[in-house]
Design a protein around this ligand. Structure first.
Ligand SMILES: [Zn+2]
Length: 134
C-alpha cells in the first residue's frame, strides 16, 4: 500500500501508527518534500489485515527477513509468555501462505492457550485445523 502526495506527486512515507480505539488503528503518512501529512483510520477488519500483513505499510524494500517471524513471536512472548513451537509445527506453519501466516500463528497459539497447552505441535495444529476448517 502506497500513498502519493497530490502536491508533489511523490510517494508519501509511512510514519507512525497509533491505536485510536479498540480494533482501530490510525496510520500516519507524510510527504518528505512538503512535509504535509495525513492519517488513515482503519476499521477492525482492516486492522486485522494490517496485523496479518505484519505491518509492512509503505511498501517493503526487500523480501521478508527470515527473522521477522521470530521477532514478532518474541514480542508476543513478552506479552503473554507464548507457547513453544515444536520443530514439526514450525515447519508446518510455513505451508500457510505468508500473508496469512501471522494470523494462523496467532489463531493456533490462542487455541493452544485455550486448551491449556504450552506446546504447539502437530496434534494441536490438526485440532485447530479441524476446528476452523483450514
Ligand atoms: Zn508533498
Amino acid at each position: 500500500m502506497k500513498f502519493i502526495c497530490m502536491k508533489c506527486n511523490d510517494f508519501m512515507d509511512y510514519e507512525d501508527q497509533e491505536k485510536v480505539a479498540d480494533q482501530r488503528l490510525g496510520l500516519v503518512f507524510s510527504c518528505k518534500k512538503c512535509s504535509s501529512s495525513f492519517a488513515m483510520v482503519t476499521n477492525s477488519g482492516e486492522t486485522q489485515l494490517v496485523h496479518a500483513l505484519g505491518i509492512q505499510i509503505g511498501g517493503r524494500s526487500g523480501p521478508a527477513q527470515p527473522l521477522e517471524l521470530t521477532r514478532d513471536s518474541l514480542k508476543e512472548d513478552v506479552k503473554s509468555v507464548g507457547p513453544i513451537w515444536t520443530e514439526e509445527a514450525e515447519k508446518r506453519i510455513l505451508n500457510v501462505p505468508s500473508f496469512a501466516r501471522q494470523m494462523a500463528r496467532k489463531g493456533i497459539e490462542d487455541y493452544a492457550r485455550e486448551k491449556g497447552s504450552r506446546e504447539i505441535n502437530g496434534k494441536i495444529m490438526d485440532e485447530y485445523r479441524e476446528k476452523v476448517g483450514m
